[in-house]
Design a protein around this ligand. Sequence first.
Ligand code: GAL
Ligand code: CA
Length: 344
Amino acid sequence: MRTKKILAAGIVFCMGIQLFCACGRSRPYETDKVYVGVAYYNQSDTFLNQLIACLKERLQEYGEECLETSILIREAAGSQRTQDDQVKELIDAGCNVLCVNLVDRADPSEIIDLARENDVPIIFFNREPVAEDMMQWERLYYVGAFADQSGIMQGELAVELIQSDPFVDRNRDGKIQYVILEGEAGHQDAIIRSENVVETLKNNDIEIEKLSNGIANWNRAQAQNQMLQMISQHRSKIELVLANNDDMALGAIDAYEKLNYTESALPVFLGIDGTDVGLEAVRDSRLAGTVYNDKEGQAEAMAELAVALVSGKGLEDIDFQDERYIYLPYAKVTKSTVDDFIKR
Ligand code: GAL
Ligand code: CA
């Protein structure tokens, strides 16, 4: 009887320890509920919608595992003023940590002031504030990805294709005639991707000739329009379409489809992101490849950081760069690897 009691007490004690350690940190105080306020620049953005869906899921899992979490989301329809108001609203609603995807990445001061006055830390994501603004207050963080790496990887995908398939150089002049579809002017990912993809082609001794470039603001319909204009100007001369993201690569394909081009007359298309529609297009060989923008990794980093900032625990386990930055790596996706990414 006595042994039984001791055994039972032992089991209860062990379960207690397990519960206590379930999140790798001791259980936070009851008041430490994590109310995450998310503000993002535009709800028409495919990649961001998927990233935020991942964040929601991750926070929910944290809620089930250890401490209560809730999330409130606002989109700014492309207006920084709207976003400033929304951040105020999120703080007034009781959010104790903010995830902000700035409309204008050079204009975060109003938001930073609001957050500082209320002592609510901010995790900026995807649209990186300039370094000086990140110095305005010590409770500012950034989660994103290495923009240069995505451009280099897209360039490497292009090099591999060009070297393995002589038909990419359709007119056999020894040069690859290309066009670029770019994201928003002033966005770190647009500028750096465009620079690095071209540099990578040159560094690998690929002779290239730029026919045209157009800004399509990450948007499929705008990219279709830009591409229609480029086709009317250059006709079948275009051999390679480099798009700063998948949606714009798909918009370019839409343009060729609209003009009823046959498959054999199409250029090669490359994107970046690996959104659901982007991965499908790689699987179906409409896109030659893409570069995976790790939304699951970014969402996990944001959720972990949000929980750590509110509970005051676990911050020391996070691997920051320059103390307050977290960058997730990209990965190349081709038809032979696409299934691994579709499963994520
Ligand atoms: C980029 C992404 C684009 C777009 C943009 C918005 O990282 O590749 O598709 O979502 O962010 O800021
Ligand atoms: Ca050529």
